[in-house]
Design a binder for this molecule. Structure first.
Ligand SMILES: NC(=O)c1ccc[n+]([C@@H]2O[C@H](COP(=O)([O-])OP(=O)(O)OC[C@H]3O[C@@H](n4cnc5c(N)ncnc54)[C@H](O)[C@@H]3O)[C@@H](O)[C@H]2O)c1
Ligand SMILES: CC(C)[C@H](C(=O)O)[C@@H](O)C(=O)O
Ligand SMILES: [Mg+2]
Length: 358
């Protein structure tokens, strides 16, 4: 029986359309037999502002709700950086995350052995690295009220609010423990409980949730130390669970451990298992339109989509194995190429992945 899956593509801005087109090619190559995809496209970010005056048109949200999964590129760029906040491309991304209640953001920090030399860290520090960052995605300072810039005492004051309810913390901690159970059963909760009340609540709640997972070990770390430990000895971590802002920052550090931000995929999931999949990187305006972007983070995001939203772990395994083969064959885009190594274009890299699919 044919299993027709509805995938909404949201290419976005900058290198977004370039990398999403390549991930689509890989997905298309998997089609056939019991696996078929119906693709549709939508606008988000700066391109949506240009076309409809809003970074998240209602039509895009409706399509996302109707889809089995969403595959996104990236949003933003200098062209839209001076717009009023509600019109900024990034707001479109935050709104779709909130509207679909995509609170669990999984960012696997996996260093392919073949790329250990591409990291700016010593190969022995990053070889075999396999961390899962579980970032809370719909709360915290990204969404807390009050926010804004107000006049006070003859000057402007900028305000943002870190805010977490127990239930928000509990559900993301539960996600972290559930994923830890199929990994090394170690969760490190990252916070700033020595300074922030919201972090103290986070820590207390993590402790309470941990009682339901006696087979897993919970530890706590302050975020400043965690940033340092990620660079000093990243192999010590299994699952990291943390707030929206801390997770944003720590995952970019994680990305560089793997060789390049062009390698790091992500999945943003809600309770129903619906998901939005996107590379961790942004729209990279400095290389947009030049065929230089590494498409592997988006291709690996598509693999996560196959596994988590489409129930096709078998196809996800095939994509990941193909990526590994391509890297083992020494194929590199500019961001992961060593001195003197041949550099592939975005399209050549995805063609190599397609050719390596078994
Ligand atoms: N999820 C998203 O849509 C997302 C994420 C981060 C940043 N952004 C937005 O993207 C814009 C640029 O932000 P930034 O420059 O801070 O971060 P960025 O991730 O876009 O780029 C940082 C650096 O990494 C490089 N890079 C990123 N992706 C790459 C890839 N696939 N292959 C090779 N090199 C890659 C870029 O060339 C740049 O030098 C901003 O408007 C920002 O708000 C969007
Ligand atoms: C573009 C921005 C809103 C986004 C975030 O901060 O969540 C990005 O940096 C990310 O990591 O997905
Ligand atoms: Mg980020």
């Amino acid at each position: 029986m044919s299993d027709q899956k509805k995938i909404l593509l949201l290419p976005g801005d900058g290198i977004g359309p370039e990398v999403v087109a390549e991930a689509r090619r890989v997905l298309e190559a998997l089609q056939g037999g019991d696996f078929n995809i119906e693709f549709s496209e939508g606008l988000i970010g700066g391109c949506a502002v240009d076309a409809h005056g809003t970074p998240l048109p209602d039509a895009t949200l409706e399509k996302a709700r109707a889809a089995d999964a969403v595959l996104m590129g990236a949003v933003g760029g200098p062209k839209w950086d001076t717009l009023d906040r509600p019109l900024r491309p990034e707001r479109g991304l935050l709104r779709i995350r909130a509207a679909l209640d995509l609170y669990a953001n999984l960012r696997p920090v996996l260093c392919f052995d073949e790329l250990a030399e591409a990291s700016t860290l010593k190969p022995e520090i990053v070889r075999g690295l396999d961390i899962l960052i579980v970032r809370e995605l719909t709360g915290g300072i990204y969404f807390g009220e009050p926010r804004g810039v107000v006049e006070e005492g003859g000057q402007r004051v900028g305000i943002n609010t870190e805010r977490y309810s127990e239930s928000e913390i509990e559900r993301i901690c539960r996600s972290a423990f559930e994923y830890a159970r199929v990994r090394d059963r170690r969760v490190c909760s990252v916070d700033k409980a020595n300074v922030l009340e919201s972090s103290q609540l986070w820590r207390d709640t993590a402790e309470r949730v941990a009682r339901d997972y006696p087979d897993c070990a919970l530890s706590h770390m302050y975020v400043d130390n965690a940033a340092m430990q990620l660079v000093r000895g990243p192999g010590q971590f299994d699952v990291l669970v943390t707030s929206n802002l801390f997770g944003d920052i720590l995952s970019d550090i994680g990305a560089q451990l793997t060789g390049s931000i062009g390698m790091l995929p992500s999945a943003s999931l809600n309770r129903q298992g619906q998901g939005l999949y996107e590379p961790v990187h942004g729209s990279a305006p400095d290389i947009a339109g030049q065929g230089k972007a590494n498409p592997l983070a988006t291709i690996l995001s598509a693999a996560m989509m196959l596994r988590y939203s489409l129930g096709r772990g078998d196809l996800a395994d095939r994509v990941e194995a193909a990526v590994k083969r391509v890297l083992a064959n020494g194929l590199r885009t500019g961001d992961i190429a060593g001195p003197g190594e041949a550099v592939l274009s975005t399209a050549q890299m995805s063609a190599a992945v397609v050719a390596a699919l078994h």
